[in-house]
Write a protein that binds this ligand. Structure first.
Ligand SMILES: [Zn+2]
Length: 393
């Protein structure tokens, strides 16, 4: 697909909320300096919108959003605000230095939240939607409105709120699966229904925001895009409340790798994904699970003999994307008890050894003995094995 053939219809806006939804999860708080580092990398990587924080929550959050807004080069800098005038004022002040700033205001629309959390009547919620969006629009023409707990809201009421938000000037409408409860099919149909029933829906970009309580955040996000959404809210390494948010790197690489099935594009420079993952893991002290898709330590590692043999003949046998495309230098052949003769020979070559078949056989036998006792055999141990085999030969 050439750049010329990409219409805005196919472009998916990447909205990163690592610094807001990600940072607010237990144990992931970052210092101002760390937030600035992460924001700079996200901006550089091609993230379209960076949600930098919740300015009214604390002076620290306010200062971080304001400094990120001041330094941003191309990303839109967004702050979160409840549907209250003081929240929105504080948010507007924080994003004010940005070349392009967005106010993201939200209110819950599900019966459960309206009754028990907000203790409001539905008509009061509807009035608050109009008032908050209109107030935010007095500061910037880039206003996003979210219906918290959108997936558990009554569809008629949800549609009336979306229509009111767009009428008041919202340019992005986010329908979050706040509690991670939706299934992909339901979530796709929700977007189709809202977009077809709300008369002014063509005047806003629709957005997905999914949580991973059932491990469906990425699948739901992609389903929402199929339903017409064109913005994805996500985080690096999928960090976020409870089980986390949809992971940015998984969404980006799924779209990129399967563009035959999902004909969209993002503006993300994917070769920076690994670096972003490592930076966020380091500043939050949240380890990345070994088998995490895209950025896990084992995502491009192969140990079994059959897989290693295939990889050495043609990497496409067991890799659907290249490690280089996500910023990993190359696939690793992990030497262990599942490794075969061919991978062992390759490893020796990599370490600079050439042998006659007899020494090679003896080395391989010693290696297998060692591998039976150990999970992974290190290069230094392979060198020791080779020394022993050479000595006995
Ligand atoms: Zn969230």
């Amino acid at each position: 697909m050439t750049m010329q053939s990409i219409s805005t219809e196919d472009r998916v806006v990447i909205f990163d909320t690592t610094l807001r939804d990600g940072e607010q999860c237990p144990g992931a708080s970052m210092t101002l300096e760390e937030k600035l580092q992460v924001a700079e990398l996200l901006d550089h990587m091609g993230v379209d919108v960076i949600e930098a924080g919740f300015p009214v929550a604390s002076d620290g959050d306010f200062a971080a959003v304001r400094e990120i807004a001041r330094r941003a080069r191309s990303a839109v800098i967004c702050g979160l605000a409840r549907a209250d005038i003081p929240d929105i004022d504080r948010c507007a002040e924080a994003i004010e230095p940005a070349k392009r700033g967005r106010i993201h205001t939200f209110i819950a629309t599900s019966p459960l939240h309206i009754k028990h959390k907000l203790r409001m009547e539905p008509h009061e919620v509807l009035e608050a939607v109009t008032a908050s969006v209109r107030h935010a629009r007095s500061y910037t023409d880039d206003v996003e409105w979210s219906c918290e707990d959108g997936t558990r809201s009554e569809i008629d009421f949800l549609c009336r709120c979306v229509e009111a938000a767009i009428l008041a000037g919202a340019t992005t409408i986010n329908i979050p699966d706040t509690v991670g409860y939706a299934t992909p099919d339901e979530y796709r149909r929700l977007f189709e229904t809202v977009r077809s029933r709300v008369p002014n829906s063509d005047r806003a970009v629709f957005s997905v925001h999914c949580h991973d309580d059932l491990g469906l955040a990425v699948a739901n996000s992609l389903a929402g895009i199929a339903g017409g959404a064109r913005q994805v809210e996500c985080t690096i390494n999928g960090i976020g409340e409870r089980a986390g948010n949809a992971s940015l790197e998984e969404v980006v690489m799924a779209i990129r790798t399967r563009c035959d099935a999902m004909p969209y594009v993002t503006g993300i420079e994917s070769t920076m994904l690994m670096h972003a993952s490592q930076l966020v893991s380091a500043v939050t002290s949240f380890p990345v699970q070994y088998n995490k898709a895209i950025v896990g330590r084992n995502a491009f590692a192969h140990e079994s003999g059959i897989h290693q043999d295939g990889m050495l003949k043609n990497a496409q046998t067991y890799e659907i994307m290249t490690p280089e495309s996500v910023g990993v230098s190359k696939s690793t052949l992990v030497m262990g008890k599942h490794s075969g003769r061919r991978a062992f020979r390759e490893k020796l070559k990599e370490l600079g050894y050439t042998f006659d078949e007899g020494t090679l056989e003896e080395s391989f036998r010693l290696f297998k003995d060692l591998a039976d006792r150990k999970k992974v055999v290190k290069d230094s141990e392979i060198e020791a094995v080779v020394a022993m085999a050479t000595f006995s030969a």
